[in-house]
Design a binder for this molecule. Structure first.
Ligand SMILES: O=C(CO)COP(=O)(O)O
Ligand SMILES: O=C[C@H](O)COP(=O)(O)O
Ligand SMILES: [Zn+2]
Ligand SMILES: [Zn+2]
Length: 309
C-alpha cells in the first residue's frame, strides 16, 4: 500500500459522520504509537508534519519512517504538511512526495489568501496532491471580548463559499473557537456550532478541518503535575464537542497537544519512579505506549473512524 491522498477518506467520512484523525509526528516513537493504535482499530490515518517537525527531524527521516509504518501496518496513510507558510514550502513538500499539503495564508487579507492558496492548488493538483487551506484566525480567539472581535476572527460563512469556489481547495480549516496548545479556554469551553452549521450548509460537501482539537484530558495533565510538571489550568475541547463537529461536516481533526501530554506524562512518571534508570528505551517505551492508548481511545470513542480497512 503506497501513501494515499485524503480524497476518498474524506468523502466517506463526510457521508457517515465520522472524522479522520490527523496526528502531528516528530519522531519514531510518536509514529509507532499512533500507527500501532490505528492498526488495532483498523483506522486510516493522516500523519502530519509541521515546519517545527521538519526542522527537528530532517523530513527525509520522517518520510522514511512513515513509509516504514505503511509497510508494517498495511494501512492507508496520508503524509500531510501542517501549516505550510508559503507556496515554496508547499511546493517543496509536493516535490518530496507528500500526498497532502496545507497552505496557511489565513493571516493575510482574503484576496491574498485566495491568490496564494490558488497557486498552491494549481501546483499540487498537477502533481496529484490535495490541498487544505485556512480561513479565519485560530490563536487567541478565546481572548476576544466582544462580538465584533469574535466575528472578525471566526470564519465567515459567505467568505468561506467565495474562498472555496475561487481556489478549488480540497478541504477548509475553519475557526469556530478552538486554538492550538493546552490552554484553549479560560472559562467554560464553547464552540460556535451555529457558525459551523452555516459554513457546512453553504459549502455543501467540502470537507472541513478542525485545528486545535485536542481534549487535554485531566488524566495526563494530573500525571505530569504529580511528577514534577507545572501545567496549571490546562483545558481542551471536550470529547462530545469533537463528536458533534464530526457529525457536522468536519472530516479531519488535528491532534498534537494530546500526543505531547500523553507521552510527557508517561515519561515523567517513569523517570520519577526510577531515578537510577538511564536507558532511554525504558522511558521512551512507556511514552510510546501512552500515545497508543490515547490514540486508540480517540479513534474508537471520539472520531469513530474504526473498522474501515
Ligand atoms: O491543530 C493542530 C495542529 O495543526 C494541533 O492542535 P492541538 O494543539 O489542539 O493538538
Ligand atoms: O499547529 C501546531 C502544531 O501543534 C505543531 O506544532 P509545532 O509547530 O510546535 O511543531
Ligand atoms: Zn492559521
Ligand atoms: Zn493547526
Amino acid at each position: 500500500m503506497p501513501l494515499v491522498t485524503s480524497k476518498d477518506l474524506f468523502e466517506k467520512a463526510y457521508k457517515k459522520d465520522y472524522a479522520i484523525g490527523a496526528f502531528n509526528v516528530n519522531n519514531m516513537e510518536i509514529i509507532q504509537g499512533i500507527v500501532d493504535a490505528a492498526k488495532e482499530e483498523r483506522s486510516p490515518l493522516i500523519l502530519q508534519v509541521s515546519a517545527g517537525a521538519r526542522k527537528y527531524a530532517n523530513p527525509v527521516y520522517l518520510k522514511k519512517l512513515v513509509e516504514a509504518a505503511i509497510e508494517d501496518s498495511g494501512l492507508p496513510i496520508v503524509l500531510h504538511l501542517d501549516h505550510g507558510e508559503s507556496f515554496e514550502v508547499c511546493k517543496q513538500c509536493v516535490d518530496d512526495g507528500f500526498t497532502s499539503v496545507m497552505i496557511d495564508a489565513s493571516h493575510h487579507p482574503l484576496a491574498e489568501n485566495i491568490a496564494i492558496t490558488k497557486k498552491v492548488v494549481e501546483y499540487a493538483h498537477a502533481h496529484g496532491v490535495v490541498v487544505e487551506a485556512e480561513l479565519g484566525r485560530l490563536a487567541g480567539i478565546e481572548d476576544a471580548v466582544n462580538v465584533s472581535e469574535k466575528d472578525a476572527a471566526f470564519t465567515n460563512p459567505d467568505e468561506a463559499l467565495e474562498f472555496v469556489e475561487k481556489t478549488g481547495v480540497d478541504s477548509l480549516a475553519i475557526a469556530i473557537g478552538t486554538s492550538h496548545g493546552a490552554y484553549k479556554f479560560s472559562g467554560e469551553p464553547k464552540l460556535d456550532f451555529d457558525r459551523l452549521k452555516e459554513i457546512d450548509h453553504k459549502l455543501k460537501g467540502t470537507p472541513l478541518v478542525l485545528h486545535g482539537a485536542s481534549t487535554v484530558s485531566a488524566e495526563f495533565v494530573d500525571l505530569c503535575n504529580q511528577h514534577g510538571g507545572t501545567i496549571p489550568g490546562a483545558q481542551g475541547v471536550p470529547e462530545e464537542m469533537i463528536r458533534k463537529a464530526a457529525s457536522m461536516g468536519v472530516c479531519k481533526v488535528n491532534i498534537d497537544t494530546d500526543l505531547r501530554l500523553a507521552m510527557t506524562a508517561a515519561i515523567r512518571r517513569e523517570l520519577y519512579e526510577n531515578p537510577s534508570n538511564f536507558d532511554p528505551r525504558k522511558y521512551l517505551g512507556p511514552g510510546r505506549e501512552a500515545i497508543k492508548r490515547m490514540v486508540q481511545h480517540k479513534l474508537a470513542n471520539v472520531l469513530g473512524s474504526t473498522n474501515l480497512v
